[in-house]
Design a protein around this ligand. Structure first.
Ligand code: IPM
Ligand code: MN
Length: 331
């Protein structure tokens, strides 16, 4: 079966790292039909395009999207803050219902964990607004939206992951001592679903404590489930402790498969090194491996994962690292 893959190189180092990721997919022997989309801050600055409705509609017919990074394209060159992040990334996650953000972290012998981040709700939902903007009596509110359906489908996904993991452990991370309404809904949902998974051992940590554990005793965690904003922050920390954000991969999954899932490295556009072949493509390559797994190409996916097992052994230029991983995957 030929997979239909949409490719968004994006800005900065995005196109460079995506090129290496696809090089590795080719080396793994997977065939696909590729459509490129020229989107990102550079495109917005060129002609005002962010994400046309027709493009979003076209994406619904794809099997997967592979994205490099969107944001500042070059030093001193920028679209309005957050415009392409919200207009492309968040719109894609919301409208294609990519409700799971899956981010694995591995650095043997102590770190082998994955974060399941809710990807369509929480503070990211955009609830809120201004009152009396620009006056001394200005008010800004920013709500957190947590639906039973949204929380439950995320928690269920996490329990399934934990059931199939080696250690069968799942931690809920929140801040239920302060965020009492949302925290209550998360904990109740978590406990109810837990009753269906007696084989999974469960725990709870506040987000601030989890940050300490991530640094001081990362072996505490197997699978983690958390809300959108806590997951955003915790996965940057995860990247930093597991060898650097240059290795951190990410999958924005629509497990119901009512639309394509999107795969992207956690890192950004790194404008200071763009176009210089200095970016580490490992995060993009591992993300492409997650894509292969989700597309049912399990054999190719395991070969990509195995080749990236000890990423620190690769060094050199962006394409040099891509070549080396491709050779390891092909052999
Ligand atoms: C991420 C990024 C995005 C997020 C930004 C770019 C909107 O930081 O994928 O983690 O906050 O989700
Ligand atoms: Mn982030």
């Amino acid at each position: 079966m030929t997979h239909r893959i949409g490719v968004i190189g994006g800005d900065g180092i995005g196109p460079e790292v995506v090129a290496e990721a696809l090089k590795v997919v080719d080396a793994a022997g997977v065939t696909y039909e590729r459509t490129d989309y020229d989107l990102g801050a550079h495109r917005y600055l060129e002609d005002g395009t962010v994400l046309p409705d027709e493009v979003l509609e076209e994406w619904r017919g794809l099997d997967a999207l592979l994205l490099g990074a969107v944001g500042d394209p070059a030093p001193g060159v920028a679209a309005p803050p957050g415009l392409v992040e919200r207009g492309i990334l968040l719109r894609m996650r919301f409208e294609l219902d990519q409700y799971i953000n899956f981010r694995p972290f591995r650095l043997p012998p102590r770190i082998d964990c994955e974060v399941i981040r809710e990807n369509t709700e929480g503070t990211y939902a955009g609830e809120g607004g201004f009152l009396r903007k620009g006056t001394p009596h200005e008010i800004a509110t920013q709500g957190s939206v947590n639906t039973r359906m949204g929380v439950e489908r995320c928690v269920r996904f996490a329990f399934e992951r934990a059931r199939n993991s080696e250690r069968h452990q799942l931690h809920l991370i929140h801040k239920k001592n302060v965020l009492t309404f949302a925290g209550d809904l998360w904990q109740r949902t978590f406990d109810e679903v837990a009753a269906e998974y007696p084989d999974v051992s469960t725990g709870y940590d506040h987000i601030d404590a989890a940050c300490i554990h991530f640094v001081e005793r990362p072996e505490r965690y197997d699978v983690i489930v958390t809300d959108n904003l806590f997951g955003d922050i915790l996965t940057d920390l995860g990247g930093a402790v597991a060898g650097g954000v240059g290795y951190a991969a990410s999958a924005n999954l629509n497990p119901a498969r009512t639309g394509p899932s999107m795969f992207e490295p956690v890192h950004g556009t790194a404008p200071d090194i763009a176009g210089q072949q200095k970016a580490n493509p490992i995060a993009a390559i591992v993300s492409a491996g997650l894509m292969l797994e989700f597309l049912g190409e399990s054999d190719a996916a395991s070969r990509v994962a195995a080749a990236c097992e000890r990423p620190e052994r690769y060094s050199g230029s962006t394409s040099g690292i891509g070549d080396a991983v491709a050779a390891a995957v092909a052999s």
